[in-house]
Design a protein around this ligand. Structure first.
Ligand SMILES: [Fe+2]
Length: 329
């Protein structure tokens, strides 16, 4: 087979496409056709990889998705990410923790490789093998909030998400908003971490904290997947996590809720979440056993006909993706 031609396709939210408000008979016909195509196996499931905290490792995440898709014969439609992307396009604006980590690991500086064109990003996005179309993320507590605010203003008030990189491959879903992704997957995002629990982190910039009004908005906006950075209250550690996130899950009942923030610990999260399956994802740092991808840092979400399945990537496969081979793997 010849090499696939890589083209950046502008992302067009499904709800804004041409047939935005079909008449009832047409809507019924379209739905019937869609269901028939699914049943006939013509419409394939849409697969996303969901990542934990990346702290700058954006290009390695795209490469990991390309390698996993190639090895498994699955087209990855996009990447989802739970915040602490490490969005610091200007090294002079990094917070103290990120500066400290970056002194030991230059992968923490990875956002700069996409904020402006770079040979490393050219190799991923303009090479012979097409990468997944887009990464969508929510905002954590280690980001350049001013830079994100500038991009958000530039996108205009009606956009549910906005790009933050020179390649238009990384999109931030607006706080409290829902974006519709390929496969008609509706993904809601709530930014920041909790400020109210007894063990909440203090003295962070205001932009690093959850805004209750955005949680309220999201509670009453239907969505299939919820991306937050912090956990539901008491879901990982007692007296930590957000009651606001618990409230969104209980009220909106998305099929899945994903969060990060707590590092290495990872598991399906038990709790009173009704129909929602809740998962914590660990950090992808490429530091395990000398540089391997960490187990529990990434999973595959398959979405088909309004239903989904999520599984963490195989630990043995992840050991073959390392900080030493990510650019060629
Ligand atoms: Fe965090």
């Amino acid at each position: 087979m010849g090499a696939q031609v890589n083209r950046i396709r502008p992302f067009v939210p499904v709800k804004r496409r041409a047939i935005a408000n079909p008449s009832p008979p047409l809507a019924v016909l379209l739905m019937t056709c869609w269901e028939a195509l699914i049943l006939a196996g013509v419409v394939m499931a849409t697969t996303f990889l969901v990542f934990g905290d990346l702290h700058g490792r954006i290009l390695p995440a795209f490469r990991l998705a390309m390698a996993w898709g190639r090895d498994h014969g699955i087209a990855v439609a996009g990447l989802l990410q739970v915040g602490d992307l490490g969005y610091f396009p200007d090294a002079g604006k990094m917070d103290r923790a990120t500066v400290r980590h970056a002194q030991k690991d230059p992968l923490e500086l990875g956002t700069r490789l996409l904020a402006e064109p770079s040979p490393e990003a050219d190799a991923v996005f303009e090479g012979p093998e097409a990468p997944p179309g887009m990464m969508w993320f929510t905002v954590g507590n280690h980001e350049d909030f001013d830079a994100l605010a500038r991009w958000e203003r530039g996108a205009g008030p009606r956009a549910d998400s906005f790009p933050v990189d020179a390649y238009v491959r990384v999109r931030c879903i607006r706080d409290g908003q829902v974006e519709t992704l390929p496969g008609s997957l509706r993904v809601g995002a709530l930014w920041g971490i909790d400020a109210a629990a007894p063990r909440a982190r203090r003295r962070l910039p205001e932009a690093a904290y959850i805004r209750p009004k955005r949680a309220t908005r999201l509670s009453y906006t239907p969505h299939d997947v919820l991306l937050t950075h912090d956990s539901p209250r008491d879901a990982v550690r007692p007296d930590s996590g957000s009651e606001e996130i618990s409230r969104v899950i209980r009220t909106a009942q998305p099929a899945f809720a994903f969060f990060g923030h707590y590092g290495g610990m990872t598991w399906p999260v038990a709790g009173d979440f009704g129909a929602t399956q809740v998962f914590h994802l660990g950090d992808l740092r490429l530091q395990r056993d000398g540089g391997c991808a960490e187990e529990g840092s990434v999973g595959a979400l398959t979405w088909e006909g309004g239903k989904g399945k999520f599984t963490f990537l195989d630990a043995r496969w992840l050991r073959g993706f390392t900080r030493h081979n990510w650019q060629t793997r």
